[in-house]
Design a protein around this ligand. Structure first.
Ligand SMILES: [Zn+2]
Length: 624
């Protein structure tokens, strides 16, 4: 009896659902760089309706205008007669006679190489098509919705070449020539990009969460390094998180071969010829990634010499940690996202700043970086870059206005100043609670309180955060997050037994790579794998470098210090490793100093108090 009722109910529901849904058909067996899309429309009960593509999507904090890539848009009735369509602005199509609407069809242009000069879509949010190789599909670039009807379910059927498989966190049925996906509504569709690739995936079980790693890179050896780097990232995440709030997660990676550009960048020879070459090779590609609730999509370069797996580790950890903020902890502006008229939240300090800080901390606590390397290679560059942004504009003001000038150009500080702010907030929480709480425990607690489907109140959230931790924490927010005070790094670092000097004058080591000070010089290009190349080395240069030696900047700093981080006496022997003809070699030379200034110098205190020792331990290992 029970069963009959249930099956009748189910039949009834599916009957209603059949009409009230979007049924899309997409053909990936393309001839040109355009993908044809057809929509069997749900019934429309009004004379005129707007069919729209997103102006933006969550996590990009930028105007995308996906509608710019839609061409040959047609609306038809059941008899195949065309209905009148007018395009309004970049993203909206107004359809007349909509009660008779049966079918919509259009072509989607590849946003990666559409040659757009202005406001090109950031690649991880766009679409890339290469017949027989890959299709990178962000669904905002592919599919639209009718106004007021974003809550209907979606069903999408792809016709595709047999050598390609699609990967997504969306439920799919895979056949040789077709794949069918379904999404509960437009939000769910936007949240689940799809990568069609010819290459094999890898899997990793992280506690309760099964991770699928799907990738495309046209250099064969890549998948091994790619998958290894991603798995190492998840091993570090596993040590930091306990049970994660998702059971499945998909990493969608696209690696672009830029080894030729890497050679130029590393050489530091930026003459006109090389600059033109670089422009041709890299063009206006934007490398990076975009987070989604149960997946993330990456567009990253391989600059050669296996440098990209280390980049990958940084980015993968950051993107995954977004499952906490904003995906499990966000205000109503994100929870009920408006794709056409988005309202920005003022809490980018939480969504991006803290996420980036956690990524740094995970690498340290997970053993991918030592504490010293974290200070020197991760935090110091952020501190230096953070200083380039004005303290005078409060973080929350920049955040709430990030679509507009002048705030738009200040967005990137979320990864620098925002991450440092996150670290200082962590120190302050540890100090006020005597190590009973950390930023991580506070954020994880709030994620439990809210989760993916419940939004916090945009206006009262900071008060709620403070109430969870300690009343005095309000001062921190007033000064640095909603206020415009200069970040108090020295005081903050002191909490965990780290000495920090924004500026220090005194005796400092001579610069081994300054021609006038020491007789040698390095190329000025990008630093690959932490090492620079010696370009000129005069006979008798201080360190004994030879041309083409590869030397680590971090190791130069460390070579002058003893175990407690103090400079060794003048004249004592410094030992420094270089890579010469692909072999490691130790150079030995006497330490030389000069009067000078160092900036943003930090070191672990040689004699910390028991309290500092305790919080240092908590910060660096996550345990007391
Ligand atoms: Zn992010």
């Amino acid at each position: 009896m029970k069963n009959t009722i249930l099956s009748l109910l189910a039949a009834g529901i599916s009957c209603i659902a059949f009409g009230q849904q979007y049924r899309y058909a997409v053909n990936l067996n393309i001839k040109k760089d355009q993908v044809p899309v057809e929509l069997a429309c749900p019934p429309i009960n009004q004379d005129e309706i707007l069919f729209s593509f997103p102006k933006t999507v969550p996590g990009t904090y930028a105007v995308l205008d996906y509608g710019r890539y839609i061409t040959a848009f047609k609306a038809q009735d059941a008899a195949g007669k065309k209905l009148v369509v007018k395009k309004i602005g970049n993203n909206d199509f107004r359809i007349s006679g909509a009660r008779n609407l049966k079918k919509i069809s259009y072509l989607v242009n590849d946003s990666w190489d559409a040659g757009e000069k202005k406001n090109k879509i950031f690649e991880p949010a766009g679409s890339g098509f290469e017949k027989g190789k890959y299709f990178v599909l962000n669904n905002g670039a592919m599919f639209g919705a009718f106004t007021g009807m974003i809550h209907l379910p979606y069903e999408i059927t792809f016709q595709k070449p047999a050598n390609m498989t699609g990967y997504s966190s969306m439920k799919g049925q895979k056949e040789s020539q077709t794949e069918k996906y379904s999404a509960a509504d437009y939000h769910a569709l936007m949240d689940n990009p799809i990568l069609f690739t010819t290459q094999q995936p890898a899997y990793y079980q992280m506690g309760n969460c099964r991770i699928t790693i799907a990738s495309y890179y046209d250099q064969d050896s890549a998948s091994y390094y790619t998958q290894k780097a991603v798995i190492e990232s998840f091993k570090a995440i596993e040590k930091f998180t306990e049970k994660v709030p998702v059971d499945e997660y998909t990493v969608l990676l696209f690696i672009q071969d830029q080894q030729k550009a890497g050679e130029i960048l590393e050489s530091g020879n930026f003459g006109l010829k090389n600059m033109l070459k670089l422009k041709r090779l890299i063009g206006d590609h934007a490398y990076g990634a975009l987070e989604h609730p149960t997946s993330s999509l990456y567009f990253l370069p391989d600059f050669g010499r296996h440098s990209y797996p280390s980049m990958l580790k940084e980015v993968v950890i950051h993107e995954f940690m977004h499952i906490y903020t904003p995906l499990n902890l966000h205000s109503q502006y994100i929870g009920d996202f408006n794709y056409q008229q988005p309202v920005m939240s003022k809490h980018l300090w939480l969504y991006e700043g803290i996420t980036e800080y956690f990524a740094v901390q995970i690498r340290m606590q997970g053993g991918l970086e030592t504490v010293e390397a974290t200070l020197e290679e991760q935090l110091k560059p952020k501190i230096v870059n953070a200083a380039a942004y004005p303290d005078s504009i409060p973080f929350t003001v920049m955040s709430a206005n990030v679509f507009d000038e002048p705030y738009k150009d200040l967005y990137n500080q979320v990864y620098e100043r925002g991450a440092i702010m996150g670290m200082l907030l962590d120190f302050e929480i540890m100090r006020l609670t005597d190590g009973k709480m950390t930023l991580k425990t506070a954020v994880f607690e709030l994620c439990k309180r809210y989760g993916p489907n419940k939004s916090f109140d945009e206006e009262t959230f900071i008060r709620e955060f403070v109430a969870l931790v300690h009343p005095d924490l309000q001062n921190f927010f007033d000064k640095y997050v909603t206020g415009n005070e200069h970040l108090g790094l020295d005081k903050g670092f002191e909490t965990v037994g780290i000495e920090f000097h924004e500026k220090r004058t005194g005796r400092v080591p001579v610069n081994l790579l300054d021609k006038t000070e020491s007789g040698a010089e390095a190329t000025m290009g990008i630093v690959i794998n932490g090492r620079v190349t010696v370009k000129t080395a005069n006979a008798g240069n201080t360190a004994g470098f030879q041309k083409d030696d590869k030397v680590s900047l971090k190791e130069i700093t460390e070579a002058f210090q003893n175990e407690s981080g103090e400079y060794i006496p003048e004249g004592e022997i410094v030992e420094l490793e270089v890579i010469r003809n692909d072999q490691p070699l130790i150079l030995k030379f006497p330490a030389k100093y000069k009067d000078g200034t160092t900036n943003n110098e930090s070191r672990i205190m040689p004699n910390p108090s028991p309290q500092q020792q305790k919080l240092f331990q908590l910060w660096t290992t996550g345990k007391l």
